[in-house]
Write a protein that binds this ligand. Structure first.
Ligand SMILES: Cc1ncc(C[n+]2csc(CCOP(=O)(O)OP(=O)(O)O)c2C)c(N)n1
Ligand SMILES: [Mg+2]
Length: 431
């Protein structure tokens, strides 16, 4: 068989259309299809069978028993930094359990827990710089906490009080922080992924050394937006870290019913994106992987995909009872077997960086802080009623003006049906 190196025939990838058409002036003995990247010709008819391909391995630094696997490797963080991240995991886990119970008591409308995924969120956020731009899905409160969102800010959003940056217009858990470069969370799945590619393209045009991180679940990766976002980021070479949390479920749909291929990681490779799979229960491994991903994104100005494997220990949300579609035993087994908090605690204790006494006093102190933030937020007034109508248009449109007048009329006509005193400025904010 005649073997012709396509490298010799084709101009270097990236030279563009002009270079290709120039080379076509000279008649070559072999064709190079414009859409083929590196394919050579073969006379063997063979379909690629993905089930025969080697699955992408899952990188980890620490085993379930807390033992460091590569003993040569030196952790990039000291005792103080480790304790800080560990305490952040405890804070999220305690906040989640208190807010879950508070929602069940009817004190606010909705909550989402992140039990089992604290390590992936905090380990990744800790590897970034404060001015890297963050897009989250809704289960990454750990990343937000690490970036600097305070308990007061979490609570203001959950209670939709007047301190909420979204002015009480969104459902709980839709956090945002302009000052911390965190875009508002939005419920329609995967919309943040294409926004993230766009933001990364803007950063690229501006120049500089920032990147974007975009969190999403493996279920969100079934949306068309995921594919469009990865493809545009790859073809436009945008500095974005796509961080997929593969927690085994999209509400009641198990991951293995969402795809037939090698998880979400294989799709990154398909789009020509540098990709790695990591053990999401291993905070140190997630940190290392994200640090490397950041280097690639910023230095080479291109996207990276990280698939962090974990298990969603909690129900999907306060509107879900997951025991309708998975056994209690499955969840109990996961809780006992491994989770990011117990794994990190083991390796910290092995270094004498943490003890049972410190654990007890940290948990007590954090619980007090969360309860205090939560009861203060409950007492703060709600945002002014006028915000119902503002901020979509620069000036109120005629229909909006009419709706505002109508609301005022209803409040005056039925004062017993509406407790306007809990809103900043009461009825008068509509004047
Ligand atoms: C476009 C769209 N379709 C469906 C939903 C309903 N929905 C909310 S969360 C969710 C599951 C998402 O799963 P995954 O992305 O894996 O994230 P996880 O909840 O596991 O963290 C679904 C289907 C939605 N919010 N938006
Ligand atoms: Mg999921």
């Amino acid at each position: 068989m005649l073997r012709i190196s396509r490298v010799a025939l084709r101009p270097a990838y990236g030279l563009g259309r002009r270079a290709i058409s120039q080379s076509s002036k000279a008649i070559k003995s072999e064709v190079v299809f414009p859409g083929s990247v590196k394919s050579s010709f073969t006379d063997k008819l063979k379909f690629n069978d993905p089930s025969q391909a080697e699955p992408m391995p899952t990188y980890r630094l620490f085993g379930v028993d807390g033992k460091q696997l590569d003993e040569e490797y030196e952790l990039p963080f000291n005792q103080e930094e480790s304790v800080k991240m560990y305490r952040e995991m405890l804070t999220i886990s305690i906040m989640d359990s208190i807010m879950y119970d508070a929602q069940r008591q009817g004190r606010f409308s909705f909550y989402m827990m992140s039990a089992g995924e604290e390590g992936a969120a905090i380990g990744s956020a800790a590897a970034l710089r404060p001015d890297d731009v963050m897009f989250a899905q809704y289960r990454e409160q750990g990343a937000l906490l690490h970036r600097g969102v305070t308990l007061k800010e979490f609570m203001a959003q959950l209670y939709a009080n007047k301190d909420d940056y979204g002015k009480g217009r969104n459902m709980p858990v839709h956090y945002q922080s302009q000052k911390l470069n965190i875009h508002p969370i939005s419920s329609p799945l995967a919309t943040q992924i294409s926004h993230a590619s766009g933001a990364a393209y803007a950063l690229k045009i501006q120049g500089g050394d920032k990147c974007v991180i975009c969190y999403f679940g493996e279920g969100a990766a079934s949306e068309g937006d995921f594919h469009a976002a990865l493809n545009i980021a790859a073809t436009r070479s945008c500095p974005v870290i796509f961080f997929c949390r593969n927690n085994g479920y999209a509400i009641s749909t198990p991951s293995l019913e969402q795809y037939k291929g090698d998880g979400i990681a294989s799709r990154g490779v398909g789009y020509g994106i540098d990709t790695i799979r990591v053990d999401g229960n291993d905070l140190a491994a997630v940190h290392r992987v994200t640090e490397e991903a950041r280097k690639i994104a910023v230095r080479d100005q291109k996207p990276v995909l990280v698939e962090a494997m974990s298990y969603r220990v909690s129900h999907h949300s306060t509107s879900d009872d997951s025991f309708a579609y998975r056994s209690r035993q499955e969840v109990e087994d996961w809780k006992k077997r491994d989770n990011p908090i117990s794994r990190m605690r083991k390796w910290m204790e092995a270094r004498n960086w943490w003890s049972e006494e410190e654990e007890q006093s940290a948990r007590k102190e954090i619980k007090k802080q969360v309860l205090s933030a939560f009861s203060s937020a409950e007492k703060v007034e709600k945002p002014a009623l006028k915000y119902l109508f503002e901020d979509t248009y620069d000036q109120l449109t005629e229909p909006l003006k009419q709706q505002k007048e109508e609301l005022k009329r209803l409040l005056e006509e039925y004062p017993d049906h509406y407790n306007v005193s809990e809103y900043e400025g009461g009825k008068s904010s509509l004047d």
